[in-house]
Design a protein around this ligand. Structure first.
Ligand code: HEC
Ligand code: HEC
Length: 343
């Protein structure tokens, strides 16, 4: 035990020494600036992580926080965190995240309590950031948590218990399942840029508003191309089964129900990014085999899965495809469009 302690002590000392010579050497090499002192670094290094790392020593109470909050914060954020005039609301808003105009507050939206301490210490009061002591920030943080009914009025917030506080919307965040898209730079035998054909832009994702008139034509033709491909796939599968597909298929407006027609633009803007190609294990638009078992579950189940989100055997369908600004009806129509185009 003692030996390993000694060893690790030696390692840190060595590490520190190496780091020091490293920075000193750099300052020398470029001949500019001076090496930052530990004190200077500490002044900037104020971030606090979700696990509480970076929190200064100290504690605070809801009772002490009340007076400080009224003195430093209430003029803008309101006595109860309701927000004066158009200043930001800090409390309430629970269960509004799925509404057309959600009220995002510390209590309804923020996933970690550490952010609250960090944010107040770093940026508030708005007109005098970093004017509060660490202790005052503990008191005020405790009080804002109390305003959000996350802690009781006798709560004592400490360096040790802050990270353990469970914020109501903690589960509302998920890791974006879409893969990173990376490309390596072409250095020889590269394509002639003049001959490149931009295959498509996803409406609602790639901004097209700044394009010159007529320049979004590739996007339009790309869409038509996708529809054609879906149609071809459908015809191929149908012919394998010995069926005939009506000319025009789903491409003909008459083949789609009113709901499906209404859902088309939602699909294009919010669902196609995954379902257009089968990204992340999603059933691909027009792929009758992929959709058949899902359609068997019935519309109600599929709509529920699309609205509430769903983790199945092939991947994760995020609630409303990650677009919580969509109404339930819009999602339902988009499902109708996808289903009717894929059966
Ligand atoms: C002069 C008005 C004013 C005062 C006083 C003030 N704030 Fe703010 N506060 C703001 C503004 C403006 C923002 C939004 C800043 C931004 O988005 O860049 C904000 C944002 C916040 C947020 C983030 C809200 C969110 O959901 O994004 C918190 C938390 C907060 N303030 C806490 C406090 C606390 C605690 C105090 C008192 C120590 C305080 N504020 C004092 C104006 C004020
Ligand atoms: C980030 C990618 C992604 C986006 C965006 C997305 N989906 Fe999905 N969706 C999936 C995945 C993955 C599945 C398959 C989940 C499984 O079965 O494992 C799925 C499955 C579905 C299902 C089948 C559910 C079932 O019960 O089998 C429906 C319906 C659906 N999505 C509708 C939509 C609608 C409507 C939108 C747009 C509002 C949308 N999706 C946007 C990834 C996505």
């Amino acid at each position: 035990m003692f030996r390993s302690l000694k060893k690790s002590l030696l390692a840190t000392t060595l590490g520190a020494a190496l780091a020091l010579t490293g920075t000193a050497a750099q300052a020398e090499k470029f001949g500019i600036g001076t090496t930052a002192t530990a004190e200077e670094i500490a002044g900037w290094d104020i971030d606090i992580r979700p696990d509480g790392k970076g929190l200064p020593k100290g504690q605070g109470t809801v009772a002490e926080g009340e007076g400080l909050y009224e003195q430093f914060c209430a003029t803008c954020h309101g006595l109860f965190g309701e927000g004066e005039g158009r200043w930001p609301v800090l409390a309430g808003g629970q269960d509004t995240l799925t509404e057309e105009r959600p009220t995002k507050t510390v209590g309804s939206y923020w996933p970690y309590a550490s952010t609250l301490y960090d944010y107040i210490r770093r940026a508030m009061p708005f007109t005098a950031p970093r004017s509060l002591t660490d202790e005052q920030v503990y008191h005020i943080t405790a009080y804002v948590l109390y305003l959000n009914e996350i802690v009781e009025d006798d709560f004592v917030l400490t360096q040790d218990n802050l990270a353990k506080i469970e914020m109501p919307n903690q589960e509302g965040f998920f890791v974006d399942p879409r893969p990173d898209v990376k490309n390596s730079r072409c250095m020889k035998n590269c394509a002639d840029p003049d001959k490149l054909n931009i295959a498509g832009t996803l409406r609602g994702i790639t901004p097209v508003g700044h394009f010159v008139e007529g320049a979004d034509a590739p996007a339009a033709s790309h869409e038509a191309q996708m529809e054609q491909e879906a149609m071809k796939e459908k015809t191929r599968k149908a012919s394998l089964r010995g069926e005939e597909v009506a000319a025009g298929g789903h491409g003909g407006a008459s083949a789609l129900s009113e709901a499906a027609l209404a859902g088309k633009s939602t699909y294009e803007g919010a669902c196609k990014v995954c379902h257009g190609s089968g990204l992340t294990g999603s059933p691909k638009f027009g792929d009758t085999d992929a959709w058949e078992p899902r359609i068997k579950q019935g519309m109600a189940v599929m709509v529920k899965h699309a609205i509430k989100g769903f983790s199945g055997e092939t991947g994760v369908m995020p609630p409303k495809g990650g677009r919580i600004d969509l109404s339930d009806k819009q999602v339902e129509d988009a499902v109708a469009y996808m289903v009717e185009s894929s059966q």
